[in-house]
Design a protein around this ligand. Structure first.
Ligand SMILES: *[C@@H]1O[C@H](CO)[C@@H](O)[C@H](O)[C@H]1NC(C)=O
Ligand SMILES: *[C@@H]1O[C@H](CO)[C@@H](O)[C@H](O)[C@H]1NC(C)=O
Ligand SMILES: *[C@@H]1O[C@H](CO)[C@@H](O)[C@H](O)[C@H]1NC(C)=O
Ligand SMILES: *[C@@H]1O[C@H](CO)[C@@H](O)[C@H](O)[C@H]1NC(C)=O
Ligand SMILES: *[C@@H]1O[C@H](CO)[C@@H](O)[C@H](O)[C@H]1NC(C)=O
Length: 245
């Protein structure tokens, strides 16, 4: 992933080259072994490119790595496993229209997280089989229609579908989808780097951040996001979502 557009990277790189050129043109370079020997001074210690000298930066390569680079990013790839609160596996998000939870044709996804920036993440789906789903797509929250009140929270019965959505910015309020008459959000995810659990934080239309619970509907085998679990009946069960191999 290029964190800087190419022209900007080239610009940085030429700055580095310029630095080196300025350094080698500087008067300190008169301090060569020939110059030193002529004055009865001991020869210079052998050059060590890896060693950092006071007031000098490491080699351009090391310096380029210190700026944001692919090494400051970690990517998780796998299937989306749905577990009940008692840890038993319910199933996997399927590579099928509507993204039901089952087994058989598990959807493969990837999540790219920055090690330096903490921000809400996207789950990018990579459909393997021929499905009716558009590609690329993201897995996020969607209302049933764009006229629906997209607010969730304590005491609010609204349920949002967990489905294929278009990409939205981190901390974006619900956005009208280009594809369908619905309000959607994609960048709502956080990943726990040790357990690989994905948790959602939805952003309400007023910008508030409600407690966001992931629930599974036994009846239609689909996932929903809700702001309140107290009003749930036996059909809906709170679940956890993990990315697994
Ligand atoms: C775990 O919970 C699920 C549904 O919530 C239930 O179907 C299953 O029997 C439970 N498993 C155990 C081992 O309690
Ligand atoms: C999800 O995919 C279906 C099937 O291609 C498409 O009709 C629908 O518009 C997509 N939903 C969203 C919210 O983009
Ligand atoms: C949407 O629902 C929330 C919670 O019930 C409510 O506070 C808000 O006023 C509603 N917004 C609109 C535009 O109806
Ligand atoms: C990740 O999950 C583990 C186990 O539940 C927990 O102890 C840890 O605090 C979590 N890490 C973060 C950053 O939430
Ligand atoms: C459970 O609640 C949902 C959403 O409120 C509703 O659609 C469904 O019919 C309810 N199921 C039962 C068995 O009451």
């Amino acid at each position: 992933m290029l964190l800087f557009p190419l022209p900007l990277r080239l610009f940085f790189f030429s700055l580095l080259l310029l630095n080196v050129q300025i350094a080698s043109a500087s008067p300190t370079n008169l301090n060569t072994n020939g110059y030193r020997l002529a004055r009865g001074l001991p020869p210079l210690p052998p050059r060590d490119f890896g060693q950092r000298k006071p007031g000098q930066d490491p080699t351009p390569v090391l310096r380029a790595r210190a700026s944001p680079s692919p090494s400051s990013v970690v990517r998780y790839t796998g299937r989306l496993q749905v577990r009940s609160e008692n840890r038993s596996t319910i199933g996997y998000v399927q590579d099928k229209s509507g993204l039901p939870v089952s087994t058989g044709s598990d959807l493969v996804v990837s999540v790219t997280a920055s090690l330096t920036r903490k921000e809400q993440l996207n789950i990018l789906a990579t459909p393997q089989t021929t499905t009716a789903l558009p590609s690329p797509f993201y897995i996020g929250a969607s209302t049933q229609s764009s006229s629906e009140n997209a607010t969730i929270g304590t005491g609010v019965a609204t349920t949002l579908q967990l489905t294929n959505v278009t990409k939205t910015d981190a901390l974006s309020k619900p956005v009208k989808s280009d594809n369908v008459d619905a309000l959607v959000e994609s960048a709502i995810w956080t990943i726990n780097s040790s357990t690989k659990e994905l948790t959602a934080q939805y952003v309400n239309p007023d910008g508030s951040l409600p407690s966001t619970f992931l629930v599974y509907d036994n009846a239609d085998t689909q996932l929903y996001l809700v702001g309140d679990t107290t009003s749930l009946n036996a059909t809906f069960a709170p679940v956890k979502l993990f990315i697994v191999d």
